[in-house]
Design a protein around this ligand. Structure first.
Ligand code: BGC
Ligand code: CA
Length: 303
């Protein structure tokens, strides 16, 4: 039996492309981004707005960092946002490919950032999934480098890990799949891809994702107006409906980790239904861990 739930509107923030929710268990804040408006939004555990940062360009994701601030995945690479609002660039990755931008990102269980790209025109073939690592030297010299984990993708999107960290879940929206790969934090490459879920045409595109405490995968279906939960074997067991078409991503949060926050995009809803681009939530009776905080790899000795 598939369970049906309804999401409620928490903040009608009218994002153009609301995305990337992440719960910081230390500051007890939810961070989200509006990718195309170039803003980073901070909410408390019950969804009250606390701060908005304009970071001056497209921002795919903002990942809470271990010593405060946020690692930004920008239009063309990585940057760092301090709590005082200042932004410093860390690494340009796709600056020579203006038809691409960075999109979804998340830290692995070791605090390393994975981030993927997409074409602005949302056609397939050029997207890549990277991991931000320490580097010494390079041209121009940088403390960071982006290791390619997957390439020739469609549109790189949701990320998640099994509790042990040995499985990476990854969504390529244009291939309509949620796939898994054997994963190692110190590995140079991913293990072979296994398709867990295929989303039918007409159901929307699989977009952002998170993993709950029992290993279930919560997937936002962009254009489909729902978030779906799949058991680790790929079986559908819960559907959360929204009255807006474009949920983009999900994260557990709140002080007990038992609220599922849902970001949405407003850009395609001409009539702009109430809550399009808003922050939504549901209490599904399960919880999930806070985001793993980003650890600057150039500051630590080995992994
Ligand atoms: C991208 C959007 C895209 C959507 C499709 C999002 O992650 O940022 O541009 O339309 O995925 O699923
Ligand atoms: Ca996304």
């Amino acid at each position: 039996m598939v369970r049906h739930l309804k999401a409620e509107l928490v903040d009608d923030m009218r994002a153009v492309l609301g995305e990337g929710p992440a719960w910081d268990g230390e500051t007890r804040e939810l961070v989200t981004v509006d990718i195309l408006s170039g803003t980073v939004h901070i909410h408390d555990g019950v969804g009250r707005r606390r701060a908005v940062y304009d970071v001056g360009g497209h921002v795919g994701s903002a990942l809470p960092a271990a010593n405060g601030g946020w690692l930004l995945v920008t239009g063309d690479g990585f940057a760092f946002l301090e709590r005082d609002g200042s932004v410093r660039d860390l690494l340009a990755v796709v600056a020579d490919q203006p038809d691409l931008r960075f999109n979804d990102a998340k830290c692995d269980p070791w605090g390393q950032a994975l981030a993927g790209t997409m074409r602005y025109d949302e056609t397939a073939g050029s997207a890549t999934l990277y991991r931000l690592e320490a580097a010494f030297g390079g041209e121009p010299p940088s403390r960071f480098r982006a290791r390619v984990l997957l390439d020739h993708l469609g549109l790189a999107n949701g990320l998640g890990w099994s509790a042990e960290g040995d499985t990476l879940y990854f969504i390529d929206s244009l291939s309509r799949t949620v796939a898994s790969h054997p994963y190692r934090g110190d590995g140079d490459q991913l293990g072979p891809r296994r398709v867990l879920v295929v989303i039918d045409e007409g159901q929307g595109l699989p977009d952002g994702m998170c993993v709950d405490e029992t290993g279930g995968l919560w997937v936002a279906l962009y254009g489909g107006g729902v978030v779906q939960r799949f058991r680790p074997d790929g079986e559908l067991d819960t559907v959360v409906s929204l009255p807006v078409a474009n949920p983009t991503s999900v994260a557990f949060g709140g002080v007990d980790g038992d609220r599922l926050f849902i970001t949405t995009a407003g850009r395609q809803e001409a009539a702009d239904g109430k809550g399009a681009g808003g922050l939504w939530a549901v209490d599904p009776g399960t919880s999930g861990r806070p985001a793993t905080l980003w650890r600057d790899p150039t500051m630590s000795k080995g992994r």
